[in-house]
Design a protein around this ligand. Structure first.
Ligand code: FAD
Length: 407
């Protein structure tokens, strides 16, 4: 990894950016309105991405380990510049893959991550299922239970997950469940549910405000039995972790490792938001230069030009925060001021604000589905909700900068 922070990611990374931009412009953007209206997973686009090598474990691993430290944010920004709903359909699998990479043994990684992506001729997706109806922001409140059946060396999962991206249509589901309820988030473990396992079914599929090409659904786990080998990290490690957690609860009741993982993945989500914001800003800038009222382009009015100046400034500021946090994570610098949360908070709020300004600049056209900013505005709204709401990001930052148990 590069120990010097640079705004110049290097020739290799710029080539990847340009390649991704071409895919986003030629394949993703032209398909965006159709899949938004259909509210269905855009399988042909995912397949096209797979054929080009943009939907594969190798590709994301390469970007993750890029020496610049900003490989992943660059990919996310370009894909989501194309379209956020399709973008999430393409990268949603990485949520589950990251859970296996972060917590699994080498054997588990080797077994499950390829099955999450399938092959270019037979693409698959994966789902990461943590949220529940009564456990959203409060991840310690999971009711889904995992009980060990020692005689059979199997885990039995029961509960209902909600809001799962790709839930029910995934080949592989990664499910977070409670093993010891008294320990809250530290009493939880993650399990792989292999393709076709009996007892796992899709519940309600949600009809959403935005990112409608991305499938979001409940996942019902009714006596789902998985082999002992599906516990990520293995039983021995879990038992050690639970023993340590029991000690920790008695001593201090402090935070958990899962939160640190979230903190590190947040810049990537921030980069997605920047892609949406940049797309809307570009449409608005072009429109403001060509739309004439009172005999001159509307950008001739300072009121409009200054709006665009603020939009661009906030987008660039958000990117700096995202790149800083990604570089820090890649170089193992601790997020002492919750820099990962900062980047996601600012980028998410920027996307919502910029897309709203873009709609205003397009006037009546901005309010219609004839122009893409209406969709981008709807898509942006999720960025203050998932992967930790904006309020939860502020909570994490406030705790980090103050050292106080802010509620
Ligand atoms: C489209 C979509 C895709 C998703 N994909 C996934 C996925 O793939 N896997 C997965 O596991 N989950 C997923 N989620 C779930 C997502 O992470 C949760 O929706 C999110 O964490 C918020 O939880 P909640 O909806 O229960 O809101 P709640 O936690 O009920 O929050 C409601 C409001 O109260 C506020 N609030 C709550 N607690 C506090 C507090 N302590 N201080 C201040 N304000 C607070 C929140 O900020 C929010 O404004 C997805 C959600 C959506 C909508």
């Amino acid at each position: 990894m590069s120990s010097t922070f640079s705004m110049d990611p290097g020739a290799d990374q710029l080539a990847v950016r340009d390649w991704l931009h071409g895919f986003a412009a030629d394949v993703v953007r032209p398909a965006a309105a159709e899949w938004d209206e259909r509210e269905e997973t855009p399988w042909p686009v995912i397949q096209e991405a797979a054929k080009l090598g943009i939907y594969s474990l190798d590709f994301y691993a390469q970007q993750y380990f890029d020496p610049s430290g900003v490989g992943i944010p660059i990919v996310m920004e370009e894909l989501f510049w194309g379209d956020a709903g399709i973008g999430l359909s393409i990268v949603g699998t990485t949520l589950a893959a990251v859970a296996v990479l972060a917590n699994g043994t080498d054997e588990q990684i080797g077994t499950w991550t390829p099955q999450m992506f399938g092959t270019p001729d037979d693409v698959k997706v994966a789902a990461f299922c943590s949220s529940e109806p009564d456990a959203g922001s409060d991840v310690s409140a999971l009711r889904t239970r995992a009980v060990y059946d020692e005689a059979k060396d199997e885990w039995v999962l029961n509960g209902t997950k909600t809001w799962a991206t790709n839930g029910g249509i995934a080949a592989v589901h990664v499910v977070v469940a409670t093993v010891d309820a008294e320990l809250g988030a530290r009493g939880q473990a993650s399990f792989v549910v292999p393709p076709g396992t009996p007892g796992l079914s899709q519940g309600q599929k949600f009809k959403k405000h935005g990112i409608r090409a991305s499938h979001t659904a409940e996942v019902v786990l009714d006596g789902v039995r998985v082999p002992g080998s599906c516990l990520l990290g293995g039983k021995e490690k879990l038992d050690e972790r639970l023993a340590r957690a029991r000690e920790g609860v008695r001593r201090s009741g402090r935070g958990n490792a899962a939160m640190a993982t979230f903190e590190a993945s947040r810049p990537a989500v921030g980069a997605q938001a920047i892609g949406i914001a940049r797309a809307a800003y570009e449409v608005a800038l072009d429109y403001a230069k060509t739309r004439e009222q009172f005999g001159r382009p509307i950008i001739d009015n300072q009121g409009v030009a200054f709006q665009l100046a603020d939009m661009r400034t906030r987008i660039d500021a958000a990117r700096l925060l995202v790149w800083r946090a990604s570089w820090m994570a890649a170089n193992n610098r601790p997020f002492t001021a919750a820099e990962g949360s900062m980047s996601k908070l600012y980028a998410g709020e920027t996307a919502k604000w910029v897309t709203a300004q873009a709609m205003q600049i397009l006037g009546g056209n901005g309010f219609t589905r004839e122009y893409p900013v209406e969709r981008m505005h709807r898509d942006s709204a999720i960025y203050s909700i998932f992967e930790g709401t904006s309020e939860i990001q502020r909570l994490v930052i406030a705790r980090a900068i103050s050292g106080m148990p802010i509620r």
